[in-house]
Design a protein around this ligand. Sequence first.
Ligand code: AHG
Ligand code: MN
Ligand code: MN
Length: 359
Amino acid sequence: MFTRRTTLSKFLIEQLKGSKESNDLAALLVDVAAAIKAISAVAAKGALEGNTGSLETVNVQGETQKPLDVLTNEIMLRHCDWGGLVAGMASEEMEEPFAIPAEYERGRYLLLFDPLDGSSNIDLNVAVGTIFSVLVHDSAQPPQLQDFLQIGKKQVAAGYAIYGPSTLLVLTVGRGTHGFTLDREIGNFILTHPNLSVPNETSEFAINTSNERFWEPPMQRYVEECKAGKTGPRERDFNMRWIASMVAEVHRILIRGGVFMYPRDSKAPNKSGRLRLLYEANPMAMLIEQAGGLASTGRGCLLEKQPEQLHQRAPVILGSRCEVERIERYHHEYDKGEDQPFVSPLFNERSLFRPEARA
Ligand code: AHG
Ligand code: MN
Ligand code: MN
């Protein structure tokens, strides 16, 4: 028997009916989805196509590029530059915004993306992804750098693809967060995860703890308290995950909750965190907030942070509402000098772990 399934195009036409955004936005997201299908195919080939290892080139972030960083960037550009839908594009892999070639019409959208997120994992066959953000450019003039520097609240769409055992596209046009699974035999994205919802409470956190000594005290306090589990002030055990692919961490949080943190640190003092505001932090923040979670810099709403540079980095704390609110409170208390640094019971006066007790 034939069952009617909701394809991405059908879903987008229905979601955008009566909204301020025209069918052009649906058409652009279908182009992005086509690029994602192509990326999924090349990522799946792995070493068969010589896509492993590193290149000798370095991107604007100072990071050594992988063959797939360059190829996936090209795939995104070529799928989206021709249709008269975008006014300009910007990517992690390009220092300057990409101007639409003269032979094509320009549209009213700006497309910003990280073509391959978690690319350090590609040789390990661990899940990687693509992240994208869509902004409006309401001008007949070609966009200037300044036009890309819009706060996250102005995004009209955001999403990511995750290339794991299956390929999923998760997106929002400001009416909830929805997931589509790629049916490879038919070549369509099918709605499989409608109305994703991040639970308010969680006992799972994700952070790269090797940076602990570089964090600010409120972050050290939060993670210390989680690690202390039942014996600490939180009075319950926490679980930790770190995949080093933001798409995989955010996907986990959208499926079962949790909190993800890449906070400000003093490792590279001229950089404010690790993740890039415009094409990593903002789209993920919109997806999480559309699913009922919260996204913060630790000191305020991430989606309200004014970008000053295209490749600017930002502290990112996102996920289950209660944990993000708690982390914001710890920053606030620290800034006002009101925080109580947490001392783990493992190291208190009666502990066997005290240096003198062990001597
Ligand atoms: P990219 O591969 O696009 O440079 O991004 C990698 C990011 C993100 O996916 C992940 O959360 C973080 O970098 C991993 O950082 P660590 O290397 O500190 O684990
Ligand atoms: Mn990335
Ligand atoms: Mn990347």
